[in-house]
Write a protein that binds this ligand. Structure first.
Ligand code: BTN
Length: 265
């Protein structure tokens, strides 16, 4: 259970101070954050739930959101940075989640472009970033983060590709401590968007925290479907993939490990 007074106190000096909204159950914290953002909710507003009845993932997938088990949180962010740098928000979230998971469990997560957080081959955290403009025509981003924390059993259809901190360590984790670590880390990462040099560091950190973005043979799915060897990120965070037809700069979609084919690149 969350202790909201303690949470407010722990974040009193942060961008989230006085802007934490908790629901015992909601459809999706991203829906709550989007609705509030459209009405002008401030940078740093936090929408947290103990359970989601319709948690959403990327590509119209759902997000398993059983009561009391995972961390389900969405932030309204309006970074003081040019729109092109907002493209790095999913990476800020991935780095922040990996750092919080590591601090509280010792587990070292891998970032799979663009925004999956994996332990080995299994997903431990998902990130859903949605952008829009509010009633005063000001841009906002909603950054939704789901961390599989204390699940011991997942529905059978997903059990082979997801994991949780509890399954990996054999111990339950205090979700509130994890949340505080996540939010503080996310504040640091997003502050870096304000400067071009610091934003470049975000990309460097992603390369360091990912076995996927360089030298990995992948199948790209989405509008730029192709197969090839990953060759790093460009300044927008787009993924370069060297294919038999040349280098493709993948802007959207996802990647999966490709079957080895020695006849190709
Ligand atoms: C994905 O991996 O496809 C993204 C999953 C994002 C899940 C989180 S849980 C909190 C927030 N609310 C949602 O409905 N989705 C995000």
């Amino acid at each position: 259970m969350y202790d909201l007074e303690a949470l407010d106190r722990a974040l009193a000096e942060s961008i989230y101070a006085g802007k934490i909204f908790f629901a015992e159950e909601t459809t999706s914290t991203n829906n709550d954050a989007l609705a509030a953002a459209r009405q002008g909710a401030a940078h740093g507003s936090v929408f947290l739930a103990n359970a989601q009845s319709a948690g959403r993932g990327r590509s119209n997938h759902g997000w398993h959101s059983a009561p009391g088990e995972g961390l389900y949180v969405s932030l309204v962010l309006r970074p003081a940075a040019p729109p092109a740098r907002w493209l790095l928000l999913p990476f800020c979230a991935g780095l922040a989640a990996a750092s919080a998971i590591h601090s509280f469990s010792g587990l070292k997560a891998d970032l799979r472009w663009p925004n999956d957080v994996l332990l080995g081959t299994k997903k431990i955290c998902g990130i859903l970033v949605e952008v829009g403009t509010d009633c005063a025509d000001r841009r906002f981003a909603v950054v939704g983060i789901g961390i599989n924390a204390n699940q011991r059993i997942f529905p059978e259809e997903m059990a082979s590709f997801v994991t949780s901190i509890a399954l990996e360590t054999g111990r339950s984790i205090h979700r509130q401590a994890l949340l505080i670590g996540l939010l503080k880390s996310l504040q640091r990462e997003t502050a870096a968007l304000a400067s071009e040099a610091a934003a470049r560091q975000i990309l460097a950190k992603v390369e360091d925290s990912s076995t996927w973005v360089r030298g990995r043979r992948v199948d790209v799915h989405g509008p730029q479907a192709c197969t090839g060897l990953t060759a790093g990120l460009d300044e927008h965070g787009f993924l370069r993939v060297e294919t038999a037809e040349g280098t493709v700069t993948v802007q959207t979609g996802g990647i999966r490990a490709a079957e080895i084919d020695s006849t190709c690149c």
